[in-house]
Design a protein around this ligand. Structure first.
Ligand SMILES: [Zn+2]
Length: 80
């Protein structure tokens, strides 16, 4: 399965970089042509014309199972 580390896009019209940080955190860019939603749970994109409206900036990693996710969390905790 995939684990979303960062849910973000850059609007190709206004250059705004928008990040969805929570599951129901719908964020729109300055010009309103693009939006992101879903936080770290799912990648939802809203755009006006086509996929070319934005540049994908999300960071997603492939993990094998829940155990690996827990290991990752531990690793992140020890870094701080
Ligand atoms: Zn925009």
């Amino acid at each position: 399965m995939e684990k979303i580390l960062k849910n973000a896009i850059k609007c190709n019209y206004c250059g705004d970089i928008i990040i969805s940080r929570h599951t129901h955190d719908l964020v729109s860019c300055k010009c309103g042509k693009c939006s992101v939603d879903g936080g770290n749970d799912y990648l939802r994109r809203l755009y006006t014309n086509s996929l070319d409206d934005y540049e994908e900036l999300s960071e997603v990693i492939e993990v094998n199972d829940e155990l690996n996710i827990n290991d990752l969390k531990k690793a992140n905790l020890t870094k701080k």
